[in-house]
Design a protein around this ligand. Structure first.
Ligand SMILES: [Zn+2]
Length: 89
């Protein structure tokens, strides 16, 4: 039996955080030709569940479900983290 390297790679992502998204699980869908496709499911900080493309997530082009302005992430993320810290103290 062939081991899925893709699946292994995806499983390692579970629990990791990318911007506002946390990878919660690996998804499995079976196509009409019995081909197994794997993907990942993420939980956004706002509570929304999304299934982004892994390459986009790990490449940094997706950092939220869309509730956050992704393009401003690089500029605003650290300021945002600071504010969050202040609020929780
Ligand atoms: Zn969101």
């Amino acid at each position: 039996m062939k081991t899925s390297k893709t699946l292994e790679k995806y499983e390692k992502l579970v629990g990791k955080t990318f911007g506002k998204l946390v990878v919660i699980e690996v998804t499995k869908t079976i196509s009409e030709f019995n081909k197994v496709n794997h993907g990942i499911k993420c939980l956004c900080e706002c509570g929304k569940i999304v299934t982004p493309k892994v390459s986009k997530l790990t490449g940094g082009s997706i950092v939220s479900c869309g509730c956050f302005r992704d393009r401003q992430w690089a500029k605003g993320y650290y300021a945002w983290v600071k504010n969050e810290d202040k609020r929780s103290l």
